[in-house]
Design a protein around this ligand. Structure first.
Ligand SMILES: [Zn+2]
Length: 140
């Protein structure tokens, strides 16, 4: 029977859920930069892996709450980046799987915002203050 790659990611997240300590440790081990840009209205933001490290782009046009959720969402993507890439490479990934993967990551982001609102707020504020510098340094 063919395994669904999204199930693998779900299982992984259940085993290693994101929390404040895990995020701090993680951000200490990678380079993460935040940029605020004007994107299309329906675009929340995105992340990519560049020469310097990870970049998170947040949409200036969205409300603060959306941007905070997007920040948590992109951090979740980055946290599971390696595993995500592996899963996408290993299993067949079409539109449906992409949609499922986004939903899984988004659930994790919503849980983070719900369980650790102060931490996410602080992360967001630091992202504004030091958007040209590495986010990781200012968190600790
Ligand atoms: Zn996403």
């Amino acid at each position: 029977m063919e395994l669904d790659g999204t199930k693998v990611l779900e299982r992984l997240i259940r085993r290693y859920p994101l929390g404040v300590r895990r995020i701090k440790e993680f951000l200490d081990s990678v380079e993460v930069y935040i940029r605020f840009q004007k994107l299309a209205e329906d675009n929340y933001g995105f992340y990519f892996f560049g020469d310097l490290g990870f970049f998170i782009i947040l949409n200036k046009k969205r409300s603060k709450n959306y941007r905070k959720l997007t920040l948590a969402h992109e951090i979740a993507h980055i946290f599971y980046h390696k595993e995500q890439e592996e899963i996408v490479r290993k299993y067949s990934f079409g539109k449906e799987e992409d949609r499922k993967l986004e939903k899984i990551i988004d659930n994790e982001a919503q849980r983070l915002c719900h369980d650790y609102p102060d931490f996410i707020e602080r992360l967001y504020r630091n992202a504004i203050n030091v958007s040209k510098e590495r986010l990781s340094y200012r968190l600790l």
